[in-house]
Design a protein around this ligand. Sequence first.
Ligand code: COA
Length: 321
Amino acid sequence: MTGKICGTGSCVPKGVWDNRKLMELVDTSDQWIRERTGVARRHIAEKGETTASLASQAALFALENAGIKAEQVDLIITATVSPGELMPSVSCLVQKKLGAVNATCFDLNAACTGFLFALNTAQAYLAQGIYKTALVIGAEVLSNLTNWKDRSTCILFGDGAGAVVVSAQETGKFVQITHSVGEKGDVLTCTCRNQKIYEKRADAPETYMQMDGREIFQFAVSRVPEAIEELLKREQMNIGQIAHFVLHQANERIVRSVARRLNAEQDKFPTNMEEFGNTSSASIPVLLDELNRKGMLKRGEYIVFSGFGAGLSYGASLMEW
Ligand code: COA
């Protein structure tokens, strides 16, 4: 059995912060942010918009798109690094909101690679015949982890959620490659805004996201093409057979560089960080939903997903749409 994506959905907060808004917070410019990252706007959660509420709405849209009832879902996995609370899991909150009473629910943290790892995990359950219908969600309210006084990070991130319904089918293809490099973990960190340290030292920089941007940039532009090439080589496939490369939306220059390194056509690498910034585990499913709703995905085409992020971690998956 193989899991096929039969529905997609996404939900972002209503509030939009453009680059001009960030110029009120830190010493930066619209031109610098656009040129170095490709980001023009990001959606930022307001009171009442939580990781679980965005995830639930994205999941609801995905179920509607798939024509599947919440009771038919038997697995919910949410990838997130920014749950509103440590317990219960975002997935259990989504279950409650949707009435997906038959689902087994848990969350997974692989930072910006989270959606990819969650999709792979769901696929493994479906391939084994353990579950038949999974909801895989990437959801973040990164604005809670962002240091709005740090111009080297705050310009990049945004909030949002994306979801897919994956159902077990007799035919289809899904293969994946993943890697983790714990040794390099200290180049992208956040100690935790929910723990005691936060109460004691609310402004301690280490409780916000901190990163070595250049190191991550180099990591991404070398490891992502390597992972994609490794996967295609193993499957005896070539770049020309892939219709779309749906990459984690961290930085437009990273996506363009990956395409160049693979000698692939740039227009096979859609981007939407201009509108949403880097939404971590939500970025791949939000982009996929956009492509799906625009009718850009055709059944039988091959799509490569690739993510990278804190851990460090990275990987690539290939799926028949
Ligand atoms: N506005 C204006 N200037 C800024 C700035 C900002 N927001 N942030 C940094 N600068 C300045 C720096 O101080 C530096 O000035 P200097 O040359 O006088 O020292 C200059 O711009 C260049 O800084 P640098 O950090 O080398 O820029 P960069 O080209 O590497 O771009 C990132 C910085 C963060 C955009 C880029 O490294 C990046 O996107 N890395 C990947 C991060 C990522 O994807 N993280 C999430 C992974 S999932």
